[in-house]
Design a protein around this ligand. Structure first.
Ligand SMILES: [Zn+2]
Length: 250
């Protein structure tokens, strides 16, 4: 079965199943790379095709071989070829995560807690950094709008509502773009944190957006949704529970 994929905005291929593994190892195909093969209605991110639960994709033997071409490290969430990883109790661990993983195992932590979940305090720190970045960006944006609207019209109130909507949209775009692209917002990156799914994979745009709005809920109830992370075994906040995500130390 031959595949096509998109690299730097250009369609590449056809390549065979065996080539896919080589391309993953070379870094040309990652979890977010769009791939297509005959029989698929549309291009899909590689991670969706490699998931067994994808609807509409025949699970013939060649499909099964492609599905085994890559797996996500349960610790850092990056995609690797399975033969480059260690399999432990049904989960994969990549070479880079192996030493820390075994160190934690030796210290007696159970596999469920062997993942290095990020605690409430470091996450609060990351949140504050993101707030400052967003605040500065939004102030600069508001200033630009104010200057523009003063010249265009005398009504500043008319500019307030679209401005607020723009700021909401900007915050959502900031969070989602960074989470999908890097698995972390700049604040989380600065604190060495990463958001992953419960299975250890990267989070999709839909999940990132859902998580962003679920966070409003966490904040609304006197920030109890955030504080929940301090008392959870897997350090989940309310929005982590809603979206089935985890925050780990990258
Ligand atoms: Zn890893």
């Amino acid at each position: 079965m031959s595949w096509h994929y998109v690299e730097n905005g250009q369609q590449k291929g056809p390549v065979q199943d065996v080539d896919i593994e080589r391309l993953i190892a070379a870094g040309a195909i990652g979890p977010e790379t769009l791939v297509w093969r005959e029989g698929m209605a549309d291009w899909q991110a590689y991670r969706e095709v490699s998931a067994p639960s994808v609807r509409g994709i025949p699970t013939d033997t060649s499909g099964a071989r492609a599905a085994s071409a890559g797996a996500f490290c349960g610790q850092c969430g990056r995609l690797f070829a399975p033969e480059d990883m260690l399999r432990f109790e049904g989960a994969y661990v990549c070479a880079a995560c192996k030493p820390a993983f075994f160190q934690r195992l030796k210290e007696g932590s159970h596999f469920a807690t062997a993942r290095n979940y990020a605690g409430f305090k470091i996450r609060l720190g990351a949140k504050l950094i993101d707030y400052v970045i967003l605040w500065v960006a939004q102030m600069a944006f508001a200033l630009l709008i104010a200057v523009f609207f003063r010249q265009a019209s005398s009504s500043t109130i008319a500019a307030q509502i679209p401005l607020m909507l723009m700021q909401l949209l900007f915050a959502a775009a900031y969070t989602c773009w960074f989470l999908v692209k890097f698995g972390a917002t700049p604040g989380k990156m600065a604190c060495g944190l990463k958001v992953i799914t419960a299975e250890g994979g990267p989070i999709t745009f839909g999940r990132a957006l859902g998580r962003h709005f679920a966070e409003f809920l966490s904040g609304m109830i006197l920030a109890i949704g955030y504080i929940m992370a301090a008392f959870d075994k897997e350090k989940r906040s309310l929005h982590d529970r809603i979206c089935n995500t985890r925050v780990v130390r990258a």
